[in-house]
Write a protein that binds this ligand. Sequence first.
Ligand SMILES: Nc1ncnc2c1ncn2[C@@H]1O[C@H](COP(=O)(O)OP(=O)(O)OP(=O)(O)O)[C@@H](O)[C@H]1O
Ligand SMILES: [Mg+2]
Length: 310
Amino acid sequence: MINVSELQKSYGDLQAVKGVSFRAKAGTIFGLLGPNGAGKSTTINCISGLIKPTAGNIKVNGFDIISEATKAKQSLGVVPQELAIYEDLSALDNLRYWGAAYGLGGKALERRVNHVLENIGLMDRARDLPKNYSGGMKRRLNFGCGLVHEPKVLLLDEPTVGVDVQSRGRLFDLIKEERDKGTCVLYTTHYMEEAENLCDELAIIDHGKIIAAGTLQDLRAQVGENDIIQLSGVFNAKKLKAAIAKLKPTPEILSLSDESLALAMKEAARHLPAVLKAVSATGAEIRESRLTEPNLESLFLKLTGTELRA
Ligand SMILES: Nc1ncnc2c1ncn2[C@@H]1O[C@H](COP(=O)(O)OP(=O)(O)OP(=O)(O)O)[C@@H](O)[C@H]1O
Ligand SMILES: [Mg+2]
């Protein structure tokens, strides 16, 4: 349903997206996971036709987003990172407006609007104006407006940022419901847990490039059995490197500086005392230590040497 091929986008000298390709199928939630500035919004805005790619091709439901824009856009529902709601229309009228704009009407429109209102948790505030809403409530309405018309392809750009945990769960239910009806959902996030819990397929994006892609299982297999040990404090990188090389088993150094150290090794919990002892023996001051079992976070660290949450 979404076919992105060698997408590139530059803003002046800045290359925000550097040759991104992926396909997302009907009935799946495809996640685009990456840190701030990775190029997620740029990619999604090219797919929605909001901005024009510098190079590459994008098809939505078989139609080219540039040369067959009208047909391509008929399949789309978009929840942008920036709010796109009418502040002077009630939630009810915002949803009615977006539903009607895509051809829903009569009882079908009212049924759908009510269902969405229920799921975004705004039923009791349906007749209030969004300007009197909290930030999270506006986000939830923004979300509802993007999918009220039951699009075949749904683009969601970090829709849960600023939304509380309880409401988030209901938004996830609505996304899964759309997926189960056959909608192709593209979901960007920088929350590893969201990606793990929600997405059927994933691409990890960093500095405008996809650095890993596949199902969660594929990606977990790439991490292998190694746990990750992360230490922060005051270090002497040179001494530390020598000390770690002497450890048996020898951990793999993922990143090392005078402030932080990341290591990968099997059964890290068992070896942690020996690692801490060796690090301390170099005169280092350890302020924090963290042990992570294999997950998307550790895959990101392994591939880039930096933390996803940085
Ligand atoms: N309109 C613009 N003009 C110039 N540079 C831009 C513009 N939009 C984005 N960029 C730059 O492109 C890069 C990618 O930004 P983008 O918004 O796609 O990242 P993102 O992955 O969505 O990040 P976030 O998680 O913060 O939303 C960044 O370096 C950003 O500064
Ligand atoms: Mg963004």
